[in-house]
Ligand binder design. Structure first.
Ligand SMILES: *Cc1c(COP(=O)(O)O)cnc(C)c1O
Length: 357
């Protein structure tokens, strides 16, 4: 039986993406070779990569003048590549959690970093109403905070080049790509297996690359744009699974449909938490993530957290242990998570509460 998977990443993927990848691993399109064996320069693979790029452009309604890249190194390498390429003197970073903090650490190696943070309240809210200095090279935000469970639902307009780490809420709502010069993320939260990173970058923004800095070839965006993600061998099987996920998202009705599903899942689970005697969500209501639902036990039940994790497991709900830095629970309800999965967790919570509260 397939479990109810709430892992934060790698995470649950859609059934068609898994099934079609499994088939392609054994024999790609009946050509007598596995997707693991074909040349990345072959017509067969070229068609897969081209379709993945085309589906990204279609589903996200990406305007002309942007490139879609599939790279290695994870979102974490982007934390370094972005300032390496684009931080001349000063950048602005919104620090909304653990991953944003990691991005800031890298940026500080290349220049001055102006930060607005929600660390004062353990990252349980998204800062608002701050001012961005006029002289920054770019602004960096993290649209969904995978560990802390907050999310930004709007496409900001700061009048400065905007770069967003969208690793953990990618494809969960319609997004206005034209407001950003770059969107990026690790695939393993909403899009595919670990090992491939997507980058959507405005080609014109390359004019802002720091001119007098030596940047290794592999760490230049230009290399990968010019090479069509094939400067070196790309992660072929991962890109195959990404394409399958994109086909699946399209078949469900695209981003509007994913948006509704995300609302339905989040409403069901937050509803159960908010009406519970035992569980509570520490995150400010308006900023609560629909992708990573963080909750804890109220103080008088704190000692039961491990027991509840074991109980949920006995009901086939797995991956709900909170990040080690936060504790409690986190149910990651990414795109492939179904209402049945969430209902199973809600049932487990209610049953446990009836016995123990
Ligand atoms: C998981 C995650 C990362 C790190 O991704 P890697 O691909 O493991 O480097 C970065 N940002 C966010 C928002 C994440 O959720």
């Amino acid at each position: 039986m397939r479990k109810h998977i709430f892992n934060a990443g790698p995470c649950k993927l859609s059934d068609p993406a898994l099934k079609n990848t499994a088939e392609a691993v054994l024999d790609l399109n009946g050509i007598g070779q596995s997707i693991l064996e074909v040349s990345h320069r072959s017509k067969d693979f070229e068609a897969i990569l081209n379709e993945a790029v085309a589906l990204m452009k279609e589903i996200l309604n990406i305007p002309e003048g942007y490139s879609v890249l599939f790279l290695g190194g994870g979102a974490s390498l982007q934390f370094a590549m972005i300032p390496f390429n684009f931080l001349k003197t000063k950048a602005f970073y919104l620090n909304t959690g653990t991953w944003a903090t990691a991005a800031i650490k890298e940026a500080k190696m290349f220049g001055e970093v102006e930060v607005v943070s929600s660390e004062d309240k353990k990252f349980t809210y998204i800062p608002k109403g701050y001012k961005i200095p006029a002289d920054v090279d770019y602004v960096h935000i993290t649209t969904n905070n995978t560990i802390r469970g907050t999310e930004i639902f709007e496409d900001y307009n700061f009048g400065k080049p905007l770069i967003a780490d969208v690793s953990s809420d990618f494809l969960s709502r319609p997004i206005d790509v034209s407001k950003y010069v770059m969107l990026y993320g690790g695939a393993q939260k909403n899009l595919g297996p670990a090992g491939v990173t997507f980058v959507i970058i405005k080609n014109d923004f390359l004019n802002n690359v720091v001119a007098d800095r030596k940047i290794p070839t592999m760490l230049q965006y230009k290399t990968h744009i010019d090479g069509g993600s094939m400067y070196n061998t790309p992660p072929c099987v991962n890109i195959f699974t990404v394409r399958e996920t994109l086909k699946w998202v399209k078949s469900l009705g695209g981003l509007k449909a994913m948006d509704k599903l995300a609302n339905d899942r989040a409403n069901l689970l937050y509803g159960a938490i908010d009406s519970s005697k035992m569980f509570v969500c520490p995150v400010v209501k308006e900023d609560r993530s629909r992708m990573n639902i963080v909750f804890v036990m109220k103080d008088q039940y704190k000692d039961k957290e491990d027991d509840f994790i074991a109980f949920a497991k006995s009901k086939n709900c797995i991956g709900i242990k909170g990040h080690r830095s936060v504790g409690g629970f986190r149910a990651s309800t990414y795109n492939a998570c179904t209402m049945e999965d969430v209902q199973a967790l809600v049932n487990a919570m209610k049953e446990y509460e009836a016995k123990n509260a």
